[in-house]
Design a protein around this ligand. Structure first.
Ligand code: FAD
Length: 391
């Protein structure tokens, strides 16, 4: 079967490798000069490939993800990676990395498998249109009109890319609105003195008085607002609401001292105030600049109780998600309402995979995992087993 895979990212390369190991005549068309640009950027260059403690509830589209992951087990994903020469380990939080700790090495392994099993690669080849033609498809690849029996759309999302990938490739009504996700947020009245300070803390996101989510982990203060994994994961909740065209008054509340409860913290601050050491209220507890900021926010004559409460409830009013160039993932995409969920095929028969779909997960290997799992899902168990047995 003459097959065109549009996009050489995790989803497209996974699909192409399994397809050529099963004897398909496969071509990957990639608009960039090289495949795997986004894989190379992941996990700070180490490639956080998946998560051994993954929970479908941490994706926007839990039902579709559950269906894919019930069909493609973690063990199968690992067997696929092993068959490509990629061996993995998991860190204490369950995040999977390649033993090489190198994202570009992962791209090399996938690229090598593709060429070893006869897959063709067209780089600098943007696909600009796909239309049904007889039993197959007429496709414009890098300015040329070509014909294929099967087309697989694995062109990813809009994050960190100049073009809107899906324009011209799927009917506009197949697409939800898009929003940048896993992205820093701009907040009102940010104090520039905090720029660059990283803390381990707990961050809650409220809309009016309703708690939308809470994350523990690293927060990075920037002069424009908040960044870091905690904030990225909470940004996904806002992005998903923007996809549904919902806006809201969001407040981020930072507990800067999550390891002490308010009473314990108040007691320490009380003793220091009593000793005339207000400026040292958070010595040994908070970064000096953050300590000065908390004391400023609490006010000069604040009680120990008020100072402790301030440190545990630093609130920041959300203004906006930062733009696509700062985001890791796209919220929104091809709607599941437009897909045959069993085959991930659009009504015209084009199969859609990975981030091009309306599926986004939190940080921690969720997105690469889904991209690869969606590609494995569309093959039969026999085809997968055959591919895993060849290396
Ligand atoms: C900085 C950063 C860090 C990240 N870290 C992690 C992480 O640690 N773990 C994790 O799980 N996820 C991470 N992600 C998210 C993850 O990289 C993506 O979700 C995943 O790569 C999506 O895979 P994909 O194959 O669906 O799409 P992509 O990887 O985006 O691949 C799509 C490919 O299609 C090509 N393309 C697009 N349109 C066309 C067209 N018309 N014609 C031809 N080619 C086209 C693109 O150039 C691209 O190469 C990170 C993302 C970024 C930006």
């Amino acid at each position: 079967m003459k097959t065109l895979v549009i996009g050489g990212g995790m989803a497209g390369l996974t699909y192409a490798v399994v397809a050529c190991k099963n004897g398909y005549d496969v071509t990957v068309a990639e608009r960039n000069p090289r495949v795997g640009k986004k894989i190379s950027m992941t996990g700070n260059g180490r490639c956080n490939l998946g998560n051994v403690r993954l929970s479908p509830a941490r994706y926007n589209n839990c039902a579709l993800v559950k269906r894919v992951l019930q069909n493609v087990s973690l063990d199968e994903y690992k067997r696929f990676l092993n068959s490509c020469g990629i061996y993995t380990y998991a860190d204490g939080d369950g995040r999977m990395y390649p033993l090489s700790d190198s994202a570009s090495n992962v791209v090399d392994c996938l690229r090598f498998q593709l060429s070893k099993f006869g897959g063709k690669l067209l780089t600098d080849s943007p696909v600009t249109s796909v239309s049904k033609s007889g039993d197959g498809f007429e496709v414009n690849v890098g300015g040329k009109t070509l014909f294929y029996d099967k087309v697989v759309l694995a062109c990813g999302g809009k994050s960190q890319s100049e073009a809107t990938n899906l324009r011209g490739l799927v009917p506009p009504n197949a697409l939800t609105p898009l929003a940048p996700s896993l992205v820093p947020v701009k907040v009102a009245d940010m104090d520039g003195s905090l720029n660059g300070i990283r803390i381990r803390c707990s961050v809650s996101l409220y809309e009016s008085d309703a708690l939308l989510g809470r994350e523990e982990g690293e927060l990075l203060f920037r002069d424009y607002g908040l960044s870091g994994i905690c904030v990225f994961n909470l940004s996904a909740l806002i992005a998903r609401r923007e996809v549904q065209r919902k806006s809201g008054d969001y407040i981020f509340v930072v507990d800067a001292v999550p390891r002490l409860n308010e009473l314990e913290l108040e007691e320490i601050v009380y003793r220091r105030l009593k000793a005339g050491e207000r400026d040292k209220a958070f010595y040994g507890i908070l970064h000096n600049k953050l300590s000065e900021y908390v004391l400023r926010r609490a006010g000069v004559s604040a009680s120990s109780a008020h100072i402790a409460r301030t440190a545990k409830n630093l609130s920041f009013r959300f203004e906006r998600l930062l733009d696509w160039s700062m985001s890791q993932v796209t919220a929104g995409g091809i709607s599941e309402n437009y897909l045959d969920v069993a085959s991930l095929a659009l009504p015209n028969g084009v199969v859609a995979l990975g981030e091009a779909l309306n599926v986004d997960g939190v940080c921690g290997g969720y997105n690469l995992y889904f991209a690869a799992a969606s590609a494995l899902y569309v093959f039969s168990a026999e085809e997968r087993a055959k591919a895993f047995s060849l290396s």
